[in-house]
Write a protein that binds this ligand. Structure first.
Ligand code: ARG
Length: 459
């Protein structure tokens, strides 16, 4: 049988495989609430402009609300023959209210419908995710507060660099997450224009009021160019980019959890709730959740690449290629939400081992820079010379198999003659950490100031 929406032009129906490749209902049914909301706004505007009668508007609105309930309660039968959510809803509306259903599609097209639904859906997804990211920040903040004084080795190249605090380290991720939230907020701000009324591509000769539908749907304004309205998916790419960067940050923290929870580091113990055992090795506690969060960026960035590639080279305006936009975004949204939630749980639940971190902070010549700084500050040595002398001291300690602070005063004087007993104080982890009191530095006073600032922001 030919299609009920455009059957007038066709004598025969589609091939089975045509229906299969063409239908998007399996995934775009996730737009049902947005689609119905958009239709009600459109019908209301048409009635206000005298294009629809009040009776038709009432029938359409009641029918759409019935469909909203049917779908919400799982009582709706989706049909692949009806391709997508837009036509599934309209066909059901016709069953419910008869011919008036056919008037709803005046002055609009599925092209502006799908662009509108997608923006509405992403807006909700971004708002939901923002709440999750704020919760994640709160979990980081709680660990930072508990460990504002806990020393750990700070790394560059994963080689011991200088002592920092675990709280400072947690707060670094909190700052990254703040920028992630900002990227999503920026995406939301940019996408919040209403394409409805662009019709298929060129606008319409009906006396529609695009300002009214935009306002009814919570958009800041209608889109300015009807061709652009139906043909771009840059807003979805913005979201996928923001999600990729966010997933990249989570992946780095996940990797740190994997390293930290290994026996060789022992900096944190992951909770039972986020660990798994081995079916053969009884001693195992594997950080599976962290490993999965480390991996999830693959599919999110994959979605970004997939959709940019779909959009590349498409001539204006709408092409069916663009139907491939939704699965990429849905999968990325599900994945980032799952990742953030799992990471929040892991951070909230983990037990940092202050003793193990403190011991590690005192190893690996972590305070070598402090020795060089002492030579500059107390002997007025140029930093480059101090750096050289410190290098020699490290080499000597390494040869003896001890740490810098274990060398005798005599040994240190053989390298830098003016050195006094006071230098040993400068070589302690405590002093190294507390001394770095520059704005944004690792000194507990600085970290606590940042914690206070964020507590207010996240309250
Ligand atoms: N299901 C379609 C999509 O997701 C809706 C728009 C279809 N428009 C069209 N002219 N075939 O892109």
């Amino acid at each position: 049988a030919s299609n009920i929406m455009w059957g007038g032009r066709f004598a025969g129906g589609p091939a089975k495989v045509m229906e299969k490749i063409n239908a998007s209902i399996d995934y775009d049914k996730r737009f049902y609430a947005q689609d119905i909301r958009g239709s009600i706004a459109h019908a209301t505007m048409l009635a206000d402009r005298g294009v629809l009668t009040r009776e038709d508007l009432t029938a359409i609105t009641d029918g759409l609300n019935t469909i909203l309930r049917e779908i919400g309660e799982g009582r709706f039968e989706f049909s692949a023959a009806l391709e997508d959510i837009h036509m599934n809803v309209e066909a059901r509306l016709r069953e419910l209210i008869g011919d008036a259903a056919g008037r709803l599609h005046t002055a609009r097209s599925r092209n502006d419908q799908v662009a509108t639904d997608f923006r509405l859906w992403l807006r909700d997804a971004i708002d939901r995710l923002d709440g999750m990211l704020a919760d994640f920040q709160r979990a980081l903040l709680a660990q930072a507060e508990a460990h504002a004084e806990t020393a750990m080795p700070g790394f560059t190249h994963l080689q011991v660099a200088q002592p920092v605090t675990f709280g400072h380290h947690m707060m670094a991720y909190l700052e990254m997450t703040a920028r992630d939230r900002d990227r999503f907020a920026e995406t939301r701000r940019r996408l919040n224009e209403c394409p409805l009324g662009a019709a298929a591509l060129a606008g319409t000769s009906f006396p529609i009021d695009r300002e009214a539908t935009a306002a009814a749907l919570g958009f800041d304004r209608p889109t300015a160019n009807s061709l652009d309205s139906v043909s771009d998916r840059d807003f979805a790419l913005d979201y996928l980019h923001a999600a990729s960067v966010c997933a990249m940050h989570l992946s780095r923290l996940a990797e740190e959890l994997v390293i930290w929870s290994s026996a060789q580091f022992g900096f944190v113990k992951m909770s039972d709730a986020f660990s798994t055992g081995s079916s053969i090795m009884p001693q195992k506690r594997n950080p599976d959740a962290a490993e999965l969060v480390r991996a999830k960026i693959g599919r999110i960035t994959g979605s970004y690449v997939a959709l940019t590639t779909v959009m590349k080279g498409l001539p204006m305006t709408y092409g069916k290629d663009m139907q491939e936009d939704k699965e990429a975004v849905f999968d990325a949204a599900d994945t980032i939400e799952l990742s953030v939630t799992a990471m929040t749980g892991m951070i909230a639940d983990m037990s940092p081992d202050a003793g193990a971190m403190g011991r590690a902070a005192a190893q690996g010549f972590a305070t070598a820079t402090d020795f060089a700084d002492w030579l500059v500050q107390n002997l007025d040595m140029p930093f480059r010379e101090a750096h050289h002398a410190t290098g020699a001291a490290v080499r000597m300690a390494e040869a003896k198999g001890c740490d810098l602070g274990d060398l005798s005063l005599e040994e240190l004087r053989s390298i830098a003659p003016g050195v006094s007993e006071a230098v040993f104080e400068a070589l302690t982890v405590e002093r190294a950490v507390h001394g770095r009191n520059s704005y944004g530095g690792t000194a507990p006073a600085q970290v606590r100031a940042q914690i206070e600032r964020w507590k207010e922001k996240l309250a």
